[in-house]
Design a protein around this ligand. Structure first.
Ligand SMILES: Nc1ncnc2c1ncn2[C@@H]1O[C@H](COP(=O)(O)OP(=O)(O)OP(=O)(O)O)[C@@H](O)[C@H]1O
Length: 243
């Protein structure tokens, strides 16, 4: 059964239809990637899912509950969390306190929130950074901190917006490992990512958007051999080892 379901999402900005009739499901322990050229509508889909903007048509549900009308914070409370493309930690706070802020959404006491935050930081190999000021972190660690903050909210569905952006190859590899471990926890993960090698390694399913419209869905194998996707986005010479 699906955790997260989007049905017929459509969003217009003036005369521009940024997202048109986008539907998908994300199941527990599955990773769905949304890919497409710049301006294809990927971030707008995330904004619609999380309630930062209101759709002109369509709906979003978590388990069987319709999220229509719920604020982003309320959606996070019921289990739908996201990272942002541009990460903005509380720069004056320590790494631990940043993650405690996320954990406070659900924890019943500050002590419980600290326990949750320490566990999440340990899971992300960040225990040694607990006392470091978030403002001093390099980009790779800031991306991991962003992951830690949202994981501390205890999501059942997690939206990851370009978490590989700006990472060096060894950090990309580590991030792929973290995301794969989310599958084992039964979290439904939706990924927006331009790092195609990571997308192909991680995804169970891929949805391709162009000009706001779905042009293909399938497994990485199917997508990398789809002539429409090769022409619209990946390029005729696209090849990823193992796909
Ligand atoms: N608030 C807004 N007002 C007007 N137009 C918008 C708004 N948000 C997005 N758009 C437009 O909607 C289209 C889709 O944008 P969106 O950011 O969703 O694309 P994207 O696929 O996430 O792109 P990228 O890969 O560059 O992040 C673009 O043409 C963008 O300019």
């Amino acid at each position: 059964m699906a955790v997260l379901t989007a049905t017929g999402l459509t969003k217009r900005f003036g005369g521009l239809t940024a997202v048109k009739n986008v539907s998908f499901t994300a199941r527990p322990g599955e990773i769905l990637s949304i890919i497409g050229p710049n301006g294809a509508g990927k971030t707008t889909v995330f904004n619609l899912l999380t309630g930062f903007i209101t759709p002109d048509a369509g709906s979003v549900s978590l388990d069987d509950g319709d999220l229509g009308g719920m604020s982003p914070e309320r959606r996070c409370r019921v289990g739908l969390a996201r990272t942002f493309q541009i990460v903005q930690p509380f720069r004056g706070l320590s790494v631990l306190d940043n993650v405690v802020m996320g954990a406070m959404l659900r924890a019943r006491s500050i002590e419980m929130a600290r326990d949750v935050a320490r566990q999440v930081l340990s899971d992300l190999d960040m225990s040694a950074l607990c006392d470091v000021s978030a403002g001093q972190l390099p980009i790779g660690d800031r991306k991991r901190l962003e992951m830690a903050k949202v994981l501390a909210t205890g999501p059942r569905a997690l939206l990851l917006d370009e978490v590989m952006g700006g990472l060096i190859p060894i950090e990309v590899k580590r991030m792929i490992g973290f995301i794969q471990r989310l599958k084992e926890r039964g979290i439904a993960v939706v990924v927006i990512e331009h790092h195609m090698s990571a997308v192909m390694q991680l995804s169970d399913h891929i949805l391709v958007l162009q000009n706001g419209e779905p042009i293909a869905t399938g497994t990485p194998q199917e997508i990398t051999h789809n002539p429409v996707v090769l022409s619209a986005y990946l390029g005729a010479n696209f090849a990823v080892a193992g796909t």
